[in-house]
Structures are given as C-alpha cells and as structure tokens.
Design a protein around this ligand. Structure first.
Ligand SMILES: [Zn+2]
Length: 283
C-alpha cells in the first residue's frame, strides 16, 4: 500500500480508495475500513490532507454528506443538519439530553417546585404537597403524566417475563398455553392499575412495542410483525376495556351506584348506632 486517496460511505461502513505500491493510479481499489486495521497511519494522513483529524474519536465528515459527526445521523439538506445541531445532538460528548440522569435531574427539579407550591389546609392540618403518590396500586403524577407509571409497571412485568424464560423456550408446551400463561402471569402485572393511565398515541406505541418484544419470544415471529399484527393484542383488548370502564360506561355507573349505596348504608348504620347508643350512655 502506498497511500489512501479517497473515501466514501457512512462511518460505520466506510471504504477507502487505496493506491498500491508499484501499480498505476487507475489500479487503485476500494477497500473496507475494517480490512485496513494496520494502515491507520495512512488513513490519518489522508484525513490530515483533507484538513481533518480523527483524534479523540471524532469521525470526520465527507464534504459531500450532511451527517451529524456525533450521532452519525444523515440529513438530506444542510439546514436540517444545522437545525439538529441547534436543538442539541444527544450524542454530543457532554450532552445529556434525553439521558436517564438528565430525566432524573428534571424530575428532582419538578419535585422541588411541587414542594414549594401553594399549600392546602384542611382544618388545622397542613397537607403535604407531593409530585407523585401511589393510590390503590396506581402511580399518580401531579402533572397528570402517566409515562413514569407505565415505565415502572413495564419493568416489573419484564422482570416476571424473564423469570419464566424456561416456559417460553420450552418445546413441550403448546403456543396456546404459553400465550395463556403470558396473559395471566405477565400482562396482569403490567396492566395493574392501568385505569389511571393516559393512553395517548405515544404510550400506546410503547406498549405495543413492549408487547411485541415479549410475544416474539413465544411465537417466533419477528418483532416488527408482532408490532403490526400482534398474536395477542394488548392495547385494544385489555387496556381499552379498562379505559372504557373509567369513562361513563354502564359498568362504571353500576359500580358507582353500588359504592354509594354501600357508603350510604355504612353512614346510616353508624348514625343510627350513635343515636341508639347515646341514651344508653346517658343513663
Ligand atoms: Zn447528532
């Protein structure tokens, strides 16, 4: 090898045009970067001749491509790339946008803001102002965001799914039985308390993806197929039913009526027993 004279392709599949010693320039060939492991010096020299350097893991851009040098994402137009940089590339060293730690910091900030929010008094009691709280197995967020609750539930259900791996990989159990076990043992953990979730488009998409990533291990289909046409639909079957019961369906009205009747009976009984017991106490 004599020199590297050109380069093409994205950084993950990059090719270099190599000039061979003793051969004319038109005999130069395109070689993949992985085959040039012991010629890094020549590659460095090539980039240096282009006015660029590969130091510190920085992947140089080809002059003809609009690629983010940090996350390697391609853009059709130069202004799109510029806009991407202005918004802040999450892969830029030192950038923590979208990372777990950044979300945790934001959450702590919101928690501090919520603690300073206007206090509510109940008689002489000063009610504590909190950002989130658990009630009847559901996680509630002060700003009505149920994404965290879904993430927590999904992690718990995934852990159960992992513990039952011998069932999913077993070739003695039929697929139907596995699906029943999945529905009874794993999904029930996920959908516990889902009546309080706000199932917007994003939440539904992430739940479908979660379901597909579990189902593909059971059915052997691809994740994409399970996303498009799930063997057993999670969102429209189980979650939609629960969401309906939250609204003004007949079942909900019925349970509300039951609840008020029960509460009324309790209050009435307590009042009556108080009235009955008073004269005795006085005697
Ligand atoms: Zn980027």
């Amino acid at each position: 090898m004599e020199a590297v004279v050109d380069c093409r392709g994205p950084p993950t599949r990059r090719f270099y045009r190599v000039l061979w010693r003793g051969y004319p320039p038109d005999a130069a060939t395109w070689e993949p970067e992985r085959g040039l492991g012991d010629c890094m010096q020549l590659i460095e020299e090539f980039w240096y001749s282009q006015g660029m350097t590969t130091e510190d893991g920085f992947i140089p851009n080809l002059p003809s491509e609009n690629r983010c040098e940090w996350c390697c994402r391609f853009f059709r137009r130069a202004q799109d790339l510029k806009a991407h940089h202005t918004r802040g590339c999450p892969a830029r060293p030192g950038a923590r946008a979208g990372s777990k730690s950044e979300r945790a910091v934001q959450r702590e900030r919101r928690r501090a803001l919520q603690a300073d929010a206007a206090r509510v008094h109940m008689g002489t009691n000063d009610l504590e102002s909190v950002l989130d709280f658990g009630y009847l197995g559901s996680d509630f967020d002060a700003n009505g965001d149920s994404r965290r609750a879904i993430t927590v539930r999904a992690a718990q259900a995934k852990s159960v799914f992992g513990k039952l791996h011998h069932i999913w990989s077993s070739d003695k159990l039929p697929e139907k039985a596995k699906l029943k076990l999945y529905s009874a043992g794993v999904r029930s953990v996920l959908v516990h308390g889902h009546e309080s979730w706000d199932l917007d488009e994003g939440a539904q998409r992430s739940l479908r993806g979660w379901n597909a990533r579990c189902l593909f291990r059971i059915t052997g289909r691809s994740v994409a197929e399970e996303c498009r046409q799930p063997t057993s639909d999670l969102v429209s079957r189980e979650l939609a039913a629960g969401q309906d019961s939250r609204g003004s369906s007949g079942r909900d009205k019925c349970s509300e009526a039951d609840l008020s009747a029960w509460l009324g009976a309790r209050c009435w009984r307590r009042r009556r027993s108080a009235v009955e017991s008073t004269p005795q106490a006085l005697c």
